[in-house]
Design a protein around this ligand. Structure first.
Ligand code: ADP
Ligand code: MG
Length: 347
């Protein structure tokens, strides 16, 4: 039999490499929005405004009042593997920022029309750069950054076909903002869709952190959610688990009220979910799903955040330690008599 035709090995062109990377990071408008929100928070933003058209498919714009990007660094920000957040393996292993891969902007620019508009505190004016052409021009804005992404997947129809209705994409975008908002009550958020303000949460940075988190939970998940939950605060060696755990009565039929954050990053984690589930074992019956907002603080060297391009999954060095801490944290919180809680909280 004839040998199969052999094609020569070639290095892929840059644009194609970015599109392949985008396949991992950018699934839908909400994934773009999440990356842009991460960047805004990493830049020290205190106020973030999201503007969407058609569920984010036609436009996702994220505007922040963070540190901004210097004019001569605008083209670099758009390059693959270009980041200001880490410079060495040691820094990667102790990373404290949301981003560090230096991939998001390049990936997004390969599947949508991306424009960066930014101004640093020491600059007299803002500058904008169009990712496709590299063209730069002066612009007007206060210190901070706006990233606009238009016509997502317009040039990749195969990807575009996987998008759901605008309403569904919008719901995913809102969920992404909710997660960021729950993690950072000190930051104000506003979300506009089709020119209408649909969510607005003020910054609670003037409150003491636990209070601020309570207020933000009430903003995002409702006063009922807050009222039907007890405070969690538990330390176990290098770990701290804190937040709010819903009382058994607040359980739902769907698992849509479960939020877990590791060092401020929203994660979907089996260890945490299982530990929470087991803490409710004796008090929840059938398929009822507990509600909770849990924050894990852990030495960054004990958790690997570099296991998934979107960083929504993490790997703990000691999963058992995390499991135990989460389980005990919730069990202790639920065992605290509610009357005592109500009293403490109104005092
Ligand atoms: P990463 O966040 O992993 O560093 P990105 O591709 O998301 O990679 O961003 C590249 C770089 O662009 C960042 O490291 C940062 O220096 C800069 N940057 C991106 N967004 C912003 C922003 N909103 N404000 C300030 N700088 C930003
Ligand atoms: Mg980033």
């Amino acid at each position: 039999a004839a040998a199969p035709a052999r094609r020569p090995i070639r290095e892929l062109p840059d644009a194609l490499i970015s599109q392949i990377a985008a396949g991992e990071v950018v699934e839908r408008p909400a994934s773009v929005e999440r990356e842009l929100l991460d960047n805004a928070l990493d830049a020290g933003a205190t106020q973030i405004t999201v503007r969407l058209l058609a569920g984010g498919v036609r436009l996702i714009s994220v505007e922040d009042d963070g540190a901004g990007i210097a004019r001569d660094e605008l083209p670099i920000a758009l390059k693959r593997h270009a980041t200001s957040k880490i410079a060495s393996l040691a820094e990667l292993e102790a990373v404290g920022t949301m981003g560090f891969r230096g991939e998001a902007l390049a990936a997004i620019a390969s599947v949508g029309e991306l424009t960066l508009i930014s101004r640093t505190a020491d600059a007299a004016e803002a500058w904008s750069i169009d990712a496709a052409s590299g063209e730069m021009r002066p612009a007007a804005r206060a210190v901070g950054t706006t990233v606009e992404v238009r016509e997502l997947f317009f040039s990749t129809p195969a990807r575009r076909k996987f998008l759901k209705t605008d309403a569904t994409e919008l719901a995913h975008c809102l969920e992404a903002v909710r997660r960021h908002a729950l993690s950072r009550p000190d930051v104000g958020f506003a979300v506009w869709h089709e020119g209408r303000l649909i969510e607005q949460w003020r910054s609670w940075r003037d409150l003491e952190p636990l209070r601020a988190h309570e207020r933000r939970i009430a903003d995002v998940l409702g006063e009922d959610f807050l009222a039907q939950s007890v405070a969690v605060d538990h330390r176990a060696g290098p770990l701290r688990v804190w937040g709010r755990a819903g009382v058994p009565d607040a359980a739902r039929s769907r698992a849509d009220g479960q939020f877990a954050f590791v060092n401020g990053r929203f994660v979907r984690d089996k260890v945490i979910a299982h530990a929470a589930r087991s803490a409710y074992e004796d008090v929840l019956h059938g398929q009822r799903q507990p509600v909770y907002v849990l924050h894990l603080e852990i030495d960054p060297t004990r958790v690997d955040v570099n296991v998934h391009p979107t960083k929504i999954e993490v790997r703990f060095r000691d999963g058992r330690e995390v499991h135990q801490a989460v389980r005990h944290a919730i069990e202790n919180a639920l065992a605290t008599p509610r009357a005592a809680f109500a009293g403490a909280e109104s005092a």
